[in-house]
Each structure stands twice: as structure tokens, then as C-alpha cells.
Design a binder for this molecule. Structure first.
Ligand code: MV4
Length: 447
């Protein structure tokens, strides 16, 4: 087992990882940018190293600064958290070359899944359903036009190097296709330095359901159930839950076994997430795989009792999975609200000093926070302050408890999206489990 881990992240997830390390008897090294000197993760770590100025490109994304910090502190491994360098295969490779373990899967798998066409092909090879679409990248207009006619409209053009909603374009009719194709290629080139695109049939208001998986270095593979992450706005998730509601058990089980097939096929050796879109007929289709720990991992921890960060660390250090599929039991229902420092109406970031801060508590409530009273929320990074996770014996108890906890949460000095989450959770749509990726926008229109 490792004796020291460097956490290449900030905010609530850095705190989350430090807590797991502490329970495992592993020393921690926090890295921070100059504006994060007063951050919670810096206060909680055993050692701290300033790695640069506010701009992420000069600190949390600066590979040489992070590798040197690990070398100077004598860390055995780096945990990247989510975002920043967590899905940068070159970083993972650099860690290995520097004799430091990267806590995540093999860099070759990060690379394969970072390529959305590569992920699609991996799914198809494993017999996992994908959305009808093109086999590979489209080389020219003629090929693209032909494919678009075969697939039909509406369709979606996606960048090979995109993901998480970046580099996508929906096309409703043939007359707009070639213009969109050119624009999508230009966008891909500008955003990712890669203009390769592919197309898929466009599903209208699907549900976004993802399966949490774990694999070790000894060909043991398990799933930890699914999460419904349909409630999002502009690809930013705001409320997640596990298990997914209104999903027939037969479908759920098929999604689980498809996920296992995929990770078995590629020899996946960490915690990961298989994302699916599900249509109103309960057809499910693989869209992408995330090779990192996800923001919403706590809801899975709540219903399974399994600490995902500890599992990641143990797997990376070369331990065999101590859990078999039979050992995994699903209990209760969990919901997570992302407490973002944003306007609840226009979603503009709301940085500033938190002049009053009181967290909810009590039975069934977990708060994973990166902030405290008096903390100054800086505008340089994402706006996630904390995650509020509630569970209940069933979905409605979890929902009512979440409403109670949101009501109890006091954050003054900055705006948060708590009022919006309160509204969504009080809606009849949510109560009845009628959720899909278009619901937040349609509720916002009503308000
Ligand atoms: C789609 C789609 C409809 N049809 N692909 C957005 C994020 C990226 N992972 C894939 N995304 C989508 N791909 C086809 N063929 C709709 C979305 C989508 C979406 C997916 C998951 C969660 C929220 C979403 C919101 C809008 C669109």
C-alpha cells in the first residue's frame, strides 16, 4: 500500500480524497494555486505545496509542476480527482514514466475512451448497443451526406475528441446538413485540435443513465448499479439519484451486464462509469465511458456502502478486489444536489465571500463540502461548492429529506442554485419520476 498520495485537485473532491487517505493511514500532499491558500483541502492535508498562480493552466493543469511536487514530497501516487488532469492520458503516462502511480486506469484505456469513436468501437466490439450512426470519422462532404441520408433526420454530429456535451451539433433537416458538418469540423479543430466528426441518430429528450463499475488488475469486474443523471442544464448535472426510478428491472440488469461485458473486454482496472442514453421505449445505448471518479459517486456509495475512493486506491496499489458481485447489496434510495455558486435563474457564476454558512445534518444526510463560513469563492474554477446527498428507505423519503435539507442549508453572501433544486424536487414530474434530459429547461420556462 502507498504511504503518501498527492492529490492533484482542489475543492470538495480534494477533501473527499484526503478523508479516504486518512482512514487508510496514508499521508496526503495537497497542491494549491496562490488563490487557494485558504482552501479547506490545504488545511486538511499533511503537507502542502503551492504549484502556481490562479489560472488552472498555470497550476492544476501544469503537469511538470505537479510531477515535481510529487517528487519533492516523495509521494508514491497521484490521485487526480475529476476534471483537470483526470482524463489526460499524457499525464497518466508521465506519472508512470516518473515512477509515480496514477490512481486511475491504464493510460492506453484513458486514451481509447477519450476518443469518442474509439469508445463507440470498444462498445460495439463488446456487443454493447450504440446509437445507429457512422462507423468511424467522416472523411469528406460526399461521405458525410451519404451517411446522413442513411441515418435520417434529426441527427447529431459529434466531435471525435469531444465528450460531456462539448462539440455536438443537432441537425433537423438535410438542407442544413453540410453547413453544420463544416461548422462542427471547424469547432472540433478550434476546441480540441481535431476536426474529426461522426454522426448518430438524434434521440429527443432521452434519459441519461450511467453504470458505476470497478475492475482490478486480476480480471475481476463488478458493477455498483446505476445513477440517473438526466437532470442537467447545458450539460451541467444538477440533481442525480440512485437507483434510477421507473426503469424496468430487466432493462436495468441488461445495462449492468452490458457494462461488465465492456470493462471485461478492455481489461479495465479502476473505477469507471459507462454512460447510456435511454429512450422512452427503454432501449439503451452506450454513449461514452468516463475513466475517472465522478462528481456524483457518493450516491452509489450510499446505496452500496462501498467507498469508491478507497477501492480506487487499493486497486491502483495492486490489491485484488475484496468484493464479488454477490457481495454487493443495494439498499435505500439516494439523491444528490450539486450546490453550485451560480444564479438559480440565469446560472451566471456567483463568486464572493460566504458571510454565513450552516450545513444541514441529521439522519440520512451527507455533505461533501469544500467551503466554510468566511471562505471567499474564487471565480477561476468550476462553481461547485459542495454536494448534498440524502438517502431514504425509498425514493419519496429521500426526496422529502432532500427538501428538508435544502431548506436547512444556509449560504449567505453568494447565490446558489438551491432554490431551483427545491422547485424541481417539489414538482409533480420529479415526484412521479418522469425525468429526462429536457425536464430542467422545460421547468425553467414555466417559472
Ligand atoms: C446524444 C443525444 C441525443 N442523441 N446523442 C450530451 C452529452 C454527451 N455525453 C452526449 N450527449 C447527448 N448525446 C444522440 N445520438 C443527447 C445528448 C444530450 C444529453 C445527454 C446526456 C445528458 C444530458 C444531455 C442533454 C442534452 C443532450
Amino acid at each position: 500500500m502507498y504511504s503518501k498520495i498527492l492529490i492533484a485537485n482542489r475543492g470538495e473532491i480534494a477533501v473527499r480524497i484526503i478523508r479516504a487517505c486518512r482512514e487508510m493511514g496514508i499521508k496526503t500532499v495537497a497542491v494549491y494555486s496562490t488563490v487557494d491558500r485558504e482552501s479547506l483541502h490545504v488545511g486538511l492535508a499533511d503537507e502542502t505545496i503551492c504549484i502556481g498562480p490562479a489560472a488552472a493552466s498555470e497550476s492544476y493543469l501544469k503537469i511538470p509542476a505537479i510531477i515535481s511536487a510529487a517528487e519533492v514530497s516523495g509521494a508514491d501516487a497521484i490521485h487526480p480527482g475529476y476534471g483537470f488532469l483526470s482524463e489526460d492520458s499524457a499525464f497518466a503516462e508521465k506519472c508512470v514514466a516518473s515512477n509515480i502511480d496514477f490512481i486511475g486506469p491504464k493510460h492506453s484505456i484513458i486514451k481509447m475512451m477519450g476518443d469518442k469513436i474509439g469508445g463507440r468501437q470498444a462498445a460495439q466490439n463488446a456487443g454493447v448497443p450504440t446509437i445507429p450512426g457512422t462507423k468511424g470519422a467522416l472523411n469528406n462532404k460526399r461521405e458525410a451526406l451519404e451517411a446522413s441520408e442513411k441515418i435520417g433526420f434529426p441527427l447529431i454530429i459529434k466531435a471525435k475528441a469531444g465528450g460531456g456535451g462539448k462539440g455536438m451539433r443537432v441537425v433537423y433537416s438535410k438542407s442544413n446538413f453540410l453547413k453544420s458538418f463544416d461548422l462542427a469540423k471547424l469547432e472540433g479543430e478550434a476546441a480540441f485540435g481535431n476536426g474529426d466528426v461522426f454522426i448518430e441518430k438524434y434521440l429527443q429528450n432521452p434519459r441519461h443513465i450511467e453504470v458505476q463499475v470497478l475492475g482490478d488488475k486480476f480480471n475481476n469486474y463488478i458493477h455498483l448499479g446505476e445513477r440517473d443523471c438526466s437532470l442537467q442544464r447545458r450539460h451541467q448535472k444538477i440533481i442525480e439519484e440512485s437507483p434510477a426510478s421507473n426503469l424496468p428491472d430487466k432493462v436495468r440488469e441488461k445495462m449492468w451486464s452490458a457494462s461488465i461485458r465492456l470493462i471485461q473486454d478492455i481489461g479495465y482496472d479502476s473505477a469507471g462509469t459507462i454512460e447510456f442514453l435511454v429512450d422512452d421505449q427503454y432501449n439503451f445505448y452506450f454513449i461514452e465511458m468516463n475513466t475517472r471518479l465522478q462528481v456524483e459517486h457518493p450516491i452509489t456509495e450510499i446505496i452500496t456502502g462501498i467507498d469508491l475512493v478507497k477501492e480506487q486506491i487499493k486497486i491502483s496499489a495492486g490489491e485484488k478486489l475484496g468484493i464479488t458481485q454477490q457481495d454487493v447489496n443495494f439498499n435505500n434510495h439516494a439523491i444528490e444536489c450539486r450546490i453550485n455558486a451560480e444564479s438559480p435563474t440565469n446560472f451566471m457564476p456567483s463568486p464572493g465571500k460566504i458571510i454565513r454558512y450552516r450545513e444541514p445534518g441529521g439522519f440520512g444526510v451527507r455533505v461533501d463540502s469544500g467551503v466554510y463560513q468566511g471562505y471567499d469563492v474564487v471565480p477561476y474554477y468550476d462553481s461547485l461548492l459542495a454536494k448534498l446527498i440524502c438517502f431514504g428507505k425509498d425514493r419519496n423519503e429521500a426526496r422529502i429529506r432532500m427538501l428538508r435539507a435544502l431548506d436547512e442549508y444556509q449560504i449567505d453572501g453568494i447565490e446558489t442554485i438551491i432554490p431551483l433544486q427545491y422547485r424541481i424536487l417539489s414538482s409533480l414530474y420529479y415526484e412521479e419520476g418522469k425525468i429526462h434530459t429536457g425536464l430542467v429547461e422545460s421547468l425553467l420556462k414555466e417559472i
